[in-house]
Write a protein that binds this ligand. Sequence first.
Ligand SMILES: [Fe+2]
Ligand SMILES: [Fe+2]
Length: 154
Amino acid sequence: MILTEKENTILQDLQTQEKVCMEHYNLCAATAKDGCLKDLFTQIARDEQTHYQTLGKLMNGETPSITPAPAASRVDTYQPKATYSASSNDADKQHDALLCSDSIGNEKMVSADYNTNLFHFGSGEVRKLLNHIQTEEQEHAEMIYKYKKANSMA
Ligand SMILES: [Fe+2]
Ligand SMILES: [Fe+2]
């Protein structure tokens, strides 16, 4: 597939953003106090890596098939255990709650970015692919929200 210069620039920007997301989640995984939350962040970091690679394939002229990223495909079955109780308000809980809120805010922004940018693409297939990634970003936010709820943070 041949992309226009503008389409290529958009993909490059989105790819840079995916790299930042990946680094964000790796950092969150490294600093989260709760092991369950570490696992969640690690899984999402892998999804962001998959997004990064998908965008790279598009820029190489390939049309990658739409396959769910590992963590996002598990959103419906994700049932986080409660590590923190409603009454606990210790520093660890506050720290982890902040990582969660921060990550949900990021996902909101990234999801909106995909929504805006896909309108610039001529190919319906590329639009579908970007829409698919956008949905996965929303699912990341949903999983983190589920974690917050289970841990009395939301
Ligand atoms: Fe992503
Ligand atoms: Fe994401």
